[in-house]
Design a binder for this molecule. Structure first.
Ligand SMILES: [Zn+2]
Length: 306
């Protein structure tokens, strides 16, 4: 299987993390207190990340300044120091927006900006996905009772029926579809004006990655797919997807876009894709940001590596 060179992965958001996850520490007794002196804290408020002094890993002093947490969990360790993630009470949002110690930025914006150390984005992806899962899974899916945070936030348990619930990851296939010297890109109605990207879709239960690529492509464009190969993956914490980047060989040429999914879909020659990535396309057609895996797939195609 071809693998994407490291320098391309380096530009992707959320793919680097130095967090040593604590999931193996099943015992409640091994979860450190969130007030630990050497603790590092990722804090979100009303879906904004709190950044202080160019880092989203807050010292205890700044964590305290952020205010009361609706949920606080233990993520693991970084260089031996315990790392926590907090969902700050949204009522604090107006005060925090005016707090000079913090810059409040949404996570997608932070990834586009590229101002943080790349490994912090990976850690923030873990934090956001877990916090969002806790926010949406307050009740047992088995019996409907309120469930409790356990193992520092690694799972939830139901005190009524005893069921254990674990955070989920939703796999998504995203594919660079090529035919000769051109690739198939589409634009969803919600995309920014002029932007085209790779087709993508959620895997369904009982489906292989290859079959999901074939099904999604056929549903959206009526193009049949032959060979499929894996290139790279990217955690996408909105709220908890894993983007599985593939290259697929088209067997057909005539595109019939599904109007509910796509406003348009076309074949783009290699040099046009290069112009899109370089933001110099004559008709103003653009590609997703370098932090997104679609950009990396398109770059690999332009460079002849896909
Ligand atoms: Zn239950």
């Amino acid at each position: 299987m071809p693998e994407m060179p490291d320098e391309r992965l380096a530009r992707l958001g959320f793919v680097r993390s130095r967090l040593v996850r604590h999931s193996a520490e099943a015992d409640e007794a091994t979860v450190p207190p969130s007030g630990a002196e050497d603790g590092l804290h990722a804090a979100f408020c009303a879906d904004k990340v709190l950044v202080a002094g160019g880092s989203a890993l807050l010292a205890p002093r700044n964590r305290d300044r952020a205010g009361r947490a609706a949920v606080e969990i233990f993520l693991g360790r970084l260089d031996g120091r315990p790392v926590f993630a907090a969902e700050i009470d949204p009522a604090e949002a107006p005060r925090l927006a005016d707090e000079p110690a913090f810059r409040c930025v949404d996570l997608r914006g932070l990834a586009v900006e590229g101002s943080l150390e790349p490994h912090e984005l990976g850690l923030l992806a873990t934090a956001r996905s877990l916090l969002q899962w806790h926010a949406r899974h307050g009740f047992c899916a088995n019996c409907g009772s309120p469930s409790l945070v356990r193992a520092g936030g690694f799972r939830r348990e139901c005190p009524t029926c005893g069921a254990h619930h674990f955070p989920r990851v939703d796999p998504v296939v995203i594919m660079l579809i090529r035919r000769g010297d051109a690739c198939l890109l589409g634009r969803a109605p919600r995309f920014p004006e002029g932007m085209y990207s790779c087709l993508a879709g959620f895997l369904e239960p009982g489906e292989t990655i290859e079959d999901a690529v074939r099904r999604e492509t056929y549903e959206e464009t009526r193009i049949r797919i032959g060979a499929v190969s894996y290139l790279a993956s990217q955690p996408w914490p909105f709220p908890s997807s894993l983007m599985i980047g593939c290259v697929a060989e088209a067997l057909d040429e005539t595109i019939v876009p599904d109007p509910t999914e796509l406003a348009d879909a076309r074949w783009f020659p290699r040099e046009e894709v290069a112009a899109m990535l370089g933001r110099r396309h004559g008709a103003g057609i653009s590609a997703p940001q370098p932090m997104a895996i679609a950009h990396a797939l398109m770059r690999a195609f332009v460079d002849g590596q896909a």
